[in-house]
Design a protein around this ligand. Sequence first.
Ligand code: SAM
Length: 157
Amino acid sequence: MKITLLTVGKTEDKYLVEGMEKYIKRLKHYINFKLVELPELKQTKNLSEDQQKAKEAELIFKHLNNTDHLILLDERGEEYSSVQFSGFLNKKMIASVQQLVFVIGGPYGFDVTLHQRANNKLSLSKMTFSHQMVRLFFIEQVYRALTILKGEPYHHE
Ligand SMILES: C[S@@+](CC[C@H](N)C(=O)[O-])C[C@H]1O[C@@H](n2cnc3c(N)ncnc32)[C@H](O)[C@@H]1O
């Protein structure tokens, strides 16, 4: 199974880039993981919030295959413990899902078309994080989940 993380906008802060690189490097020993950073449109065009979300959705859809299992990162989604999240990933592996695509929205969240297409919505907390910071938190949780599945000590350290 492959895992792709789509983000809206490049990661700007060096401390986040460094943290993400650290965990992506580790992750690659466990799974085929890809980070795709899509352009954030607001900087180039004068768009309303809804127009921006619709344009972002168009870009996101271009990166999706019909068989992809799409999971939106959304504070209103389902909350898991790290062990439960590892179980979720394991179930998808057993079900032979080819690719899980997780998406982190832009500053305004997701267009309705993405909510309709989503197979799941995952919340990391009821709190709202910046779309920049949530990347690092999520990538670390994927790494944590995979070490849990392997029975490695990281989760208990
Ligand atoms: C600043 S938030 C957008 C908040 C937006 N007002 C909304 O209602 O969705 C930007 C993105 O970060 C992600 N995000 C922020 N907090 C999150 C959380 N607690 N759990 C999961 N994803 C989160 C989501 O992907 C969201 O689209």
